[in-house]
Design a protein. Structure first.
Length: 197
C-alpha cells in the first residue's frame, strides 16, 4: 500500500529574491539583473552590510556585491564582509561602468559646485574632477541614491555621478556622458549565497 507523501514547505520570502546594494538605477541593480535573469525579484539595500545581513537572516536567497573596479581598485569593506559571513560565490560578472554627470532639469555644468556619488564612482572620475576644480566631490552611499538626493533637493548648484539609467529613473538630465577616466571601466560583481553546512 502506498504511503502518503508529506508536503515540503518552502520559505516564501527568500526563494527567488536577490539583494543588491543601492537604490533602483544603481550599477549593482544592473549587474544583479544580468546575473540572475528577469524572473527573480531584486531587493535594494542601503549598504553592503545590509546586503549581507539580509542574506544571513534568510530574507533573500542570494545577493550581488561589487568586489573590485578596474580604475578604483577593491570596493572598501566587501572583502571583509565576504570573509566574516558564511557565503559562497556561485557566479561573477565583469560589468561595464559608464559614469555620467547628472543634474536636475535647468541646471548647467557651469553652476555646479558639488557633485554627489559613491566614493568608488568618484575615484573613477578623478580626471573629470581635476579638470573642474570648482566642483567638490561629496561621498554618499550609492550612485543612484545620489541622483535621487539631488532631484529631491532641487539645488541649482549640485549634480551627481551615476548611470544614464539612474538619470531616467529619477528624472535627471545628463550633462556629460562617459566622465570615467577610461572607456574600458568595469566592476567585478559576485553572485553569492549562504554556504550550506
Amino acid at each position: 500500500m502506498l504511503q502518503p507523501t508529506a508536503r515540503v514547505r518552502r520559505k516564501p520570502a527568500a526563494i527567488r529574491t536577490c539583494a543588491y546594494q543601492g537604490m533602483p538605477g544603481a550599477f549593482s541593480e544592473d549587474a544583479a539583473r544580468a546575473l540572475v535573469g528577469p524572473d527573480e525579484s531584486l531587493t535594494p539595500c542601503p549598504t553592503l552590510t545590509d546586503v549581507f545581513d539580509a542574506l544571513s537572516a534568510g530574507r533573500v536567497c542570494r545577493a550581488v556585491v561589487p568586489i573590485e573596479n578596474s580604475l578604483a581598485g577593491y570596493v572598501p569593506g566587501c572583502a571583509d564582509l565576504l570573509a566574516r559571513h558564511g557565503v559562497r560565490v556561485i557566479a561573477e560578472r565583469a560589468h561595464p561602468i559608464a559614469q555620467s554627470l547628472i543634474a536636475p532639469p535647468g541646471v548647467r555644468l557651469a553652476s555646479i559646485r558639488r557633485v554627489l556619488s559613491h566614493p568608488v564612482a568618484i575615484a573613477q572620475c578623478s580626471r573629470f574632477l581635476r579638470a573642474h576644480p570648482g566642483i567638490a566631490a561629496v561621498s554618499v552611499f550609492d550612485t543612484a541614491g545620489a541622483v535621487a538626493t539631488i532631484m529631491r533637493s532641487r539645488r541649482t548648484d549640485a549634480g551627481a555621478i551615476a548611470s544614464r539609467r539612474a538619470a531616467a529613473v529619477y528624472g535627471g538630465v545628463v550633462l556629460r556622458d562617459d566622465i570615467q577616466d577610461r572607456p574600458d571601466n568595469v566592476t567585478r560583481f559576485l553572485l553569492i549565497e549562504t554556504r550550506v553546512t
